[in-house]
Design a protein around this ligand. Structure first.
Ligand code: F6R
Length: 602
């Protein structure tokens, strides 16, 4: 999703902006641009595609002395990814960058066009800069014109505006899309997340929805609907996770390999010898709760689906899971004995955030499971459990899914413990299994080599079916999502027992079936489902601890003492399978086409 950076000060601005945008690359983008005002000089560069194109265009330019500057990576929402549609957008003498969607842009645009304004782009963003310049004709200051502009906007936005009519000032506003302000002496920074400013700013303020204001050298004035506002800066972390890939070909590969380490982090201080503890939750957090509703999107939704089996089986609490974008418009019946859980890697997914706001309006207690502290979803929730996966740069989520699922497994035990629905013996057995998870996630050279060799046979065909039962059904969904996201091959996840109710009609030798066949859960049932497919000549890749005669290809897994251990081991296999196929197909697996890391629009 779009990323914003801004800088005001005397340092070289081009590099600050380009480096900052580089740090936001993981959010996904299709064009980028920067604008700088130094005294009465105004510079603007835009390029479609990767940042190296923008770097190339700015090669001959270097900024000098004090100035104001803004930059943007764009993920197309209104209008195609072209240079004209790339931000910053220019009015007659001002520039704007924006993240989010202005819902009433069409109405504003028509008004401005009636006044004779000529629009160059197809974007909603361009309306902001023209509306500002119109207001600036009548208001007595550029800030008053900006304030009036913001008051007119509906929808989600984070925006920065610079103008020749106030060449020492950056105007900012935030509503529904993330933005923060960084401080270091007289230097002021802006960004969509803190990665671009780590190492540059020392303190930070995370803007709240409805806040806006302006920044000048060494000072920031903040306002909201009630007027001027005081704010407290906080220290910015210096623990910058390097963007380097540590020798791996892709961030996704690195992230698959580091799952065993991050899993230990996820459990640290929470999984104790005989109990599960969450310091984040008040002792009475679950009092009065008799049901759980989970909302999430994509991969996070798959971890939610997995957990529904665990909450009901282990904690004996009713658990429903819904895709956030569906939940938003179904007028759901919500009762206040329900805990509303949102799951999100980024913490900024618009659909999930909106579902959370709806649940809060209905008076439900909320809990988020998230990878990004201070993100919108975390801040909006009554309580949050961080997954501690570290920055996930690969657009296709891997370690975030693993850690989300682990937190949910822990939470199911925690609820069982609190509500006394689980015996000490079962708790101990689950904890013993949990503590083995990091070991299960280690990627061995042998496994990776095997998947590399095998992947060459799966580059064609008319589709993939990942099949599994119980918790292995959401894992099948996730395996299929991973493959389609980065290989662009068609893949579906299906409950194994459901194939005979329709999809089996597709079976022939060009239908690739990835069968998740755990030994510790419904082995015989899934075996007969796979036999039915094999009898119709489907090509079978079986993943199982037990050799399976009818498999065309076979990956033997090692851990079979607990379904969750089998789950995590098979998860790694499906991730590597998707990775190796996609690399062979020559795809950029870290930034697959049409996808964004953080989906902050509906
Ligand atoms: C898939 C993927 C997406 C996200 C989805 C939700 O690999 O990453 O499906 O899971 O966009 O994002 P978060 O978890 O950030 O809310």
């Amino acid at each position: 999703m779009c990323g914003i950076v801004g800088y005001l000060g005397k340092k070289e601005k081009k590099e600050i902006l380009l480096d900052g945008l580089q740090e936001l690359e993981y959010r996904g983008y299709d064009s980028a641009g920067i604008a700088i005002i130094e005294g009465d000089k105004l510079y603007n560069f835009k390029a479609i595609g990767k940042l190296k194109n923008l770097r190339e265009k700015t090669k001959a330019y270097e900024s000098e002395g004090f100035g104001i500057s803004i930059g943007h990576t764009r993920w197309a929402t209104h209008g195609k990814p072209t240079e004209l549609n790339a931000h910053p957008h220019l009015g007659a003498y001002s520039y704007v960058v924006h993240n989010g969607i202005i819902e009433n842009y069409q109405e504003i645009k028509e008004e401005l066009q009636a006044d004779g304004v000529n629009f160059l782009s197809q974007t909603d963003t361009e309306t902001i800069v023209h509306l500002f310049e119109k207001n600036n004709k009548y208001e007595n200051s550029a800030f008053a014109a900006f304030e009036k502009t913001i008051q007119r906007l509906r929808g989600a936005y984070a925006t920065l505006l610079i103008t020749e009519s106030a060449p020492d000032t950056i105007f900012f506003a935030k509503n529904g899309s993330p933005m923060l302000i960084g401080f270091n002496g007289d230097d002021i920074y802006f960004a969509s997340s803190d990665t671009p400013i780590i190492g540059k700013a020392t303190e930070v303020y995370y803007l709240e929805d409805g806040e806006y204001g302006y920044a000048k050298e060494g000072e920031v004035k903040l306002f909201d609907g009630q007027g001027k506002k005081n704010f407290t800066k906080q220290a910015l972390t210096t623990d910058k996770i390097s963007a380097q890939k540590d020798g791996y070909r892709f961030f996704m590969e690195k992230e698959i390999y580091e799952q065993n380490h991050v899993m230990s982090e996820t459990m640290m201080g929470r999984v104790l010898d005989n109990s599960i503890e969450f310091n984040e939750l008040d002792a009475n957090f679950f009092d009065g709760i008799s049901a759980i509703k989970i909302c999430a999107c994509g991969t996070s939704y798959h971890s939610a689906l997995t957990s529904a089996y665990l909450f009901e089986r282990i904690a004996k609490v009713r658990c429903d899971v819904e895709i956030a974008s569906e939940f938003r418009y179904k007028e759901p019946l919500l009762t206040d004995d329900t805990l509303f859980i949102t799951i999100s890697q980024s913490g900024e997914t618009a659909d999930t955030l909106e579902a959370l706001k709806m649940a809060k309006r209905a008076g439900l207690k909320s809990l988020s499971i998230c990878n990004v502290d201070n993100s919108s979803i975390v801040r909006e929730s009554d309580a949050a459990i961080l997954t501690r996966a570290g920055i996930e740069k690969g657009v296709a989520s891997t370690k975030a899914f693993a850690t989300q699922t682990m937190v949910l497994w822990m939470l199911a035990l925690y609820v069982g413990q609190k509500q006394k629905t689980i015996s000490d013996e079962i708790l101990k057995r689950e904890i013993d299994a949990m503590l083995q998870t990091p070991k299960v996630l280690i990627v061995t050279e042998k496994l990776h080599a095997k998947l590399y060799r095998l992947s060459k046979r799966y580059l064609h065909g008319h589709g993939f079916f990942f099949i599994g039962r119980d918790i292995f059904f959401p894992l099948a969904l996730e395996g299929a999502l991973k493959l389609k996201e980065i290989s662009y091959l068609h893949a579906e996840g299906y409950p194994a027992g459901e194939m005979k109710h329709g999809p089996i009609a597709l079976a022939d030798s060009e239908l690739f079936t990835i069968a998740l066949m755990p030994k510790s859960m419904h082995y015989d049932k899934i075996k007969s489902n796979v036999e039915e497919l094999s009898a119709r000549d489907a090509t079978i890749l079986a993943i199982s601890p037990k050799p399976f005669e009818l498999a065309d290809d076979f990956i033997q897994t090692a851990y079979d003492s607990h379904p969750m251990l089998e789950f995590f081991e098979m998860m790694v296999v499906t991730q590597l399978f998707a990775l190796e196929i996609s690399i062979r197909l020559g795809n950029d697996v870290d930034m697959p086409r049409n996808l964004a890391k953080s989906v902050t629009v509906e």
